[in-house]
Design a protein around this ligand. Structure first.
Ligand SMILES: CC(C)(COP(=O)(O)OP(=O)(O)OC[C@H]1O[C@@H](n2cnc3c(N)ncnc32)[C@H](O)[C@@H]1OP(=O)(O)O)[C@@H](O)C(=O)NCCC(=O)NCCS
Length: 135
């Protein structure tokens, strides 16, 4: 399997597809293309993994960042058929590299992904606070 990693903004349809193929689609507004388009337009850093054989996007990391202090990793998704091959880990490494050493990487883990972040050795923070979405 040969993969290409690149900073690239997918179309809303491609975004919905990879969210659905990862399982994260159940927790994202995949049926609202306008909202997906705004999410993509507002993200400063989106990195995708593409399978060279099929040309399909098989992983994505979408972050909101100033490249100077904070980087919020909003969506990390890997196609279920490609999971456990190091793609999620690599997408985080590339996001951190691109955001730069002055940025903290911040995220809220999907309950199913908590063990993944622990496995990476990512420090967790008990001082984080969140106002949930109202819509
Ligand atoms: C979470 C997710 C992104 C991980 O991507 P992945 O490409 O399968 O993960 P990797 O292969 O890079 O895994 C890195 C390490 O974590 C481990 N790991 C991966 N998923 C794990 C899980 N659910 N539980 C425990 N360990 C896990 C891997 O075995 C690997 O361990 P190793 O370094 O000892 O080999 C992927 O499972 C996914 O897209 N899940 C659905 C969407 C989701 O929950 N996204 C996170 C939103 S916060």
């Amino acid at each position: 399997m040969t993969l290409t990693y690149a900073e690239h903004t997918p179309t809303p349809k491609q975004f919905a597809d990879i969210l659905n193929r990862s399982g994260l689609g159940a927790r994202r507004p995949v049926d609202d293309p306008g909202r997906l388009a705004r999410m993509l337009a507002g993200a400063k850093l989106t990195i995708i993994a593409t399978d060279d054989a099929s040309g399909e996007i098989v992983g994505i990391a979408r972050s909101i960042t100033d490249f100077s202090y904070a980087c919020y990793l909003s969506d990390l998704a890997v196609d279920v058929a490609y999971q456990r091959n190091g793609i999620g880990k690599r997408l985080i490494e590339l996001t951190r590299e691109r955001a730069g050493p002055q940025c903290a990487l911040i995220l809220i883990a999907n309950p199913d992904a908590v063990e993944f972040y622990k496995r990476l050795g990512m420090p967790n923070c008990d001082r984080a606070f969140v106002y949930p979405r109202l819509a």
